[in-house]
Design a protein. Structure first.
Length: 229
């Protein structure tokens, strides 16, 4: 049994409000949100030669019926996302991504740039680290899409926006990321990319029990026609 280290009395004085820094320059509520991401089941995003592969591990729970909600979601014809962390927070942010993409298209008559949309959601998440009476979003998002090239961004609860070639999130992040770092190379084919993503999720999830590869949701964002399959 793993014992959780309880915060000291001094620490507790600094983690009651999002607007208070600790003497060490830390914001505990943001760190707790990042910890919530690490409790989610593993998800992976990967750039290959003609697009992006996004995938998430979603094993069935006994007696639970399949719903319409998925962990991998289409945002627009040229973009998709997967989220890791609190499901409710993820749903709200995915809805926001879709809304902003459609507002941009109706306003300017063209698909939104991946970076522009990533920055919008990063700004939203960062805003919730700045004022009292709210908490940070307990979710991180892998946002993948096509501009002139395939692009993958990671948006964290702190509001950071980082670009990656391949990235894993969730409880199996360490092992999955090690697999990606050891095996990823530029110019992968679509089939090789799909296989690598599945193997990375398996590497991250296997310590939690047998991995059912049929429970891996996957989406491919392709350059050709910028369509999702």
């Amino acid at each position: 049994m793993v014992e959780m280290e309880l915060p000291s009395q001094m620490q507790m004085g600094y983690d009651r409000a999002i607007v208070v820094f600790s003497p060490e320059g830390r914001i505990y509520q943001v760190e707790y949100a990042l910890q919530a991401v690490k409790l989610g089941k593993t998800c992976v995003g990967l750039v290959y030669d003609k697009g992006i592969v996004l995938a998430a591990y979603t094993p069935d729970t006994k007696l639970m019926l399949k719903g319409k909600a998925t962990k991998v979601a289409a945002i627009d014809k040229h973009m998709g996302a997967t989220a890791c962390g609190f499901t409710g927070d993820a749903r709200a942010l995915i809805d926001m991504l879709r809304l902003q993409a459609q507002i941009h298209k109706m306003t300017y008559g063209e698909p939104i740039d991946v970076f522009v949309l990533g920055k919008k959601i990063a700004d939203r998440m960062q805003l919730y680290t700045q004022f009292a009476g709210a908490r940070p979003y307990g979710v991180a998002i892998l946002l993948g899409g096509i501009n002139e090239e395939a692009i993958l961004y990671v948006v964290n609860p702190s509001g950071t926006l980082d670009r990656w070639q391949a990235k894993a999130l969730g409880r199996g992040e360490e092992e999955a990321q090690k697999y990606l770092e050891a095996n990823y190379k530029e110019g992968l084919s679509e089939e090789a990319a799909k296989k690598m993503v599945m193997n990375a999720i398996e590497a991250g999830e296997k310590k939690f029990g047998p991995v059912d590869k049929k429970a891996i949701e996957m989406m491919v964002v392709k350059k050709e026609g910028k369509d999702l399959i």
